[in-house]
Write a protein that binds this ligand. Structure first.
Ligand code: ZN
Length: 425
């Protein structure tokens, strides 16, 4: 009996120690473990990037650039952050090639996104980056954090495989693209830090093809000239036949632009719309509906003109100036203009051919694309740097839309396509 008195408390102590160890072990196994699977790492990276809210008008650039710097250094890349004269940061992540004297390759993406409006129609919160039915949903998944993350993970896969291309590769994360790039890439390309990168080739954002088997390679962009036209005339009674009606003069003047626009529309059956000029009247204002018998003294309109490659900005300005001579009381003011002259990207270029070859290897076809709008690519083209826009994954195109999303399997395929391209450089 005496022995039992000693054994009993001893058994309780031993049991408690064992129980403690079991609980500790189960707690440890419940801790989220950092995954080593490259596909899961890429998905996790994109989710964390989307959750940093870089939507205008108050993009968290500091959060985005710190995130990219931290990840790049952890993964063993050389990374630098430079501050532009606008005060915004640019992150440059570098993987040096075997021959650093060769012109380098830049994989460019913008960190900023457009705001997520229409919140009630999103099936998940736009900055939660949740996964539904195999797709990541969130603002920026397509435009263009998803592309940036695919670019980063193609470069990481190259490095992790111990492969080094001949040419140095830089990943550029830039601000302000969604508001014209004037305080972003436009300033970046003027810096000494940029010149030192010796960039010969740029791959920037493209557009999704809406076709599971095809990628579009963006070769050209159009440049905007947005003008405000003002006509001045006589304030007069609505019954007067002989008065100078500002609204009439404006309509006549605009008619010449509308004719040019319609001509492009007809020609668009033969040519890609991105290769033709467009002249969209975007606002019209004259007089008042309060009284219907007053001829207005002033009439205004705004016109959004898009200038294709092969046509100079000066040509458009000359046309406007010539037309103004017929209407001495009409003046126009340029409200916004992309001053860069563009270069004509070609399907015959070795860059296009190489991308085509790589895509074929992955069972995909490619098609040339001539973008109707413009992106940061124009700043690189203006310097004579060869460059294309490539969204390396297919998805249902939903740029700036509600429930913007990208299928995970397509992200993985996109990374593998870019990886093969980088291997060939
Ligand atoms: Zn974009």
């Amino acid at each position: 009996m005496k022995n039992h008195y000693i054994l009993f408390p001893l058994m309780i102590v031993v049991s408690l120690v064992l129980l403690h160890q079991v609980v500790q072990r189960s707690l440890v196994t419940q801790q989220p473990k950092a995954t080593t699977d490259p596909d899961s790492q890429m998905v996790d990276f994109l989710q964390r990037y989307i959750r940093i809210n870089t939507a205008h008008p108050h993009p968290d650039y500091k959060g985005a650039s710190s995130f990219l710097m931290r990840e790049a250094r952890k993964d063993g890349f050389t990374a630098q952050e430079i501050t532009l004269s606008s005060g915004y940061p640019v992150v440059i992540i570098t993987y040096e090639g075997n021959d650093p004297s060769l012109p380098s390759i830049a994989l460019n993406h913008h960190m900023d996104v457009v705001p997520a409006t229409n919140i009630q129609d999103w099936i998940t919160p736009p900055f939660a980056a949740e996964i539904r039915d195999g797709s990541i949903i969130g603002r920026g998944t397509q435009d263009m954090k998803g592309i940036g993350v695919v670019q980063y993970h193609a470069l990481k896969a190259l490095k992790d495989a111990g492969l080094r291309p001949r040419r140095t590769v830089h990943l550029l994360a830039v601000p302000e693209e969604e508001v014209g790039g004037f305080k972003g890439t436009k300033l970046l390309v003027q810096t000494e830090a940029f010149k030192k990168l010796n960039i010969g080739t740029v791959i920037d954002e493209g557009v999704a093809s809406d076709d599971e088997k095809q990628l579009l390679i963006k070769l050209t962009e159009r440049r905007p000239i947005q003008i405000e036209v003002t006509a001045r005339g006589q304030l007069a009674h609505g019954s007067h036949l002989a008065c100078q009606n500002a609204a009439h003069d404006l309509i006549e003047f605009l008619e010449s632009l509308v004719k040019l626009h319609k001509h492009s529309q007809l020609t668009a059956k033969k040519f890609h719309p991105g290769m033709l000029p467009s002249y969209n009247v975007t606002s019209l204002a004259a007089g008042s509906t309060a009284t219907l018998n007053v001829v207005p003294a002033c009439a205004t309109a705004t016109v959004d003109i898009r200038v294709p490659p092969g046509m100079s900005l000066q040509e458009v300005k000359d046309y406007l100036d010539e037309n103004m001579k017929v209407y001495p009381d009409i003046k126009y003011a340029i409200k916004a203009i992309a001053t860069e002259e563009s270069i004509l990207g070609l399907e015959e270029s070795s860059l296009y051919k190489k991308l085509e070859e790589v895509c074929h290897k992955h069972g995909m076809t490619v098609a040339p694309h001539h973008f109707e709008a413009s992106s940061d690519l124009r700043f690189y083209h203006a310097l004579g740097i060869e460059g294309v826009g490539l969204t390396p994954f297919t998805c249902k195109e939903n740029l700036h839309g509600t429930n913007e999303s990208v299928p995970i399997k397509n992200l993985i395929q996109g990374r593998d396509i870019l990886l093969d391209f980088l291997k060939s450089q």
